[in-house]
Design a binder for this molecule. Structure first.
Ligand SMILES: [Zn+2]
Length: 284
């Protein structure tokens, strides 16, 4: 090999190494005011609404949103999908599992706006059911915000409905803040991101209240309701943990909606969800 040839090869090797040298990830700059991103984390297609106490509802399909709260002091994921990203095959074809359909991996939705799971300070779920915790393990390095009753049933030896422990098992060793059982929890200490306890659907079901500077107050309601038709009725799902608690929690939140003027966002309300801005757009 001539000296010239060898030098060219070395130069080529150096270039390809530089190309592989992926720059260190930098989390997006914290916004100056509160933001809320809504991700599409799938659709549920139940055969009927009988488990929810209805022969007929206006729209049977259920949306499954995931949420990223971006606050000047940090980030929080709220509900993380119904099928784990790891269920996507190499061809990225949509996931179809029974009544579950998911078309986008959550990680890719975060990356599209510049975030990696490691950038997420807090993770919280409305409740432990599979359609709210599927990607929980992705956020095991975040601080988990949960109340004791919910954490207990998540890791209990006794059977519990709609529970897939392998999807959140890594949280067992996560840094965890146990939230008060009855009073509100102010996540960033400025009254703009509040977790409210609403037990019933599960032992420690909770909802998220946000004071968005332009949108105004919003109540992200988890599964306090599934269908809008449940409001102002005593219909609760057949798999409810405690019906009386659910009705009491609903009454408390309906009263809160009146006093706060907050919009109610029923996460599974397909028709309402279809009208929400989806990431990369955001509410502020
Ligand atoms: Zn649900």
């Amino acid at each position: 090999m001539s000296g010239k040839h060898a030098l060219a090869l070395i130069a080529l090797a150096a270039t390809s190494l530089a190309a592989q040298n992926i720059p260190a990830h930098h989390a997006p700059k914290a916004p100056k005011t509160l933001r809320l991103y809504v991700f599409d984390c799938g659709v549920l297609t139940p055969a009927d609404a009988k488990a929810f106490g209805f022969d007929h509802v206006s729209e049977l399909k259920m949306s499954v949103p995931c949420f990223l709260v971006a606050h000047p002091k940090g980030t929080m994921m709220w509900d993380v999908g119904t099928a784990p990203d790891s269920d996507f095959k190499a061809d990225s074809a949509p996931i179809h599992q029974g009544m579950i359909t998911v078309t986008k991996p959550l990680k890719s939705e975060l990356e599209a706006i510049g975030y990696e799971p490691a950038d997420i300070k807090y993770v919280a779920f409305s409740h432990y059911h599979i359609d709210h915790t599927a990607n929980a393990n992705m956020f095991a390095a975040s601080t988990w915000l949960v109340n004791q009753a919910e954490r207990d049933i998540m890791f209990s030896d006794k059977p519990a409905p709609v529970r897939v422990e392998k999807n959140y098992s890594a949280l067992k060793d996560s840094k965890t803040i146990i939230l008060p059982a009855t009073s509100d929890y102010d996540v960033f200490g400025d009254g703009t991101v509040i977790i409210k306890q609403t037990p019933g659907h599960t032992p420690g079901h909770q909802v998220l209240f946000l004071k968005l500077p332009k949108t105004g107050p919003v109540l992200v309601a988890g599964d306090l309701y599934h269908y809008n038709e449940e409001r102002n009725t005593d219909h609760v799902p057949s798999f409810e943990y405690n019906k009386e608690q659910s009705l009491a929690s609903r009454a408390k939140i309906e009263e809160f909606l009146k006093t706060s003027g907050a919009q109610l966002w029923i996460e599974h309300d397909f028709t309402a969800n279809a009208k929400l801005k989806k990431s990369p757009a955001y509410y502020e």
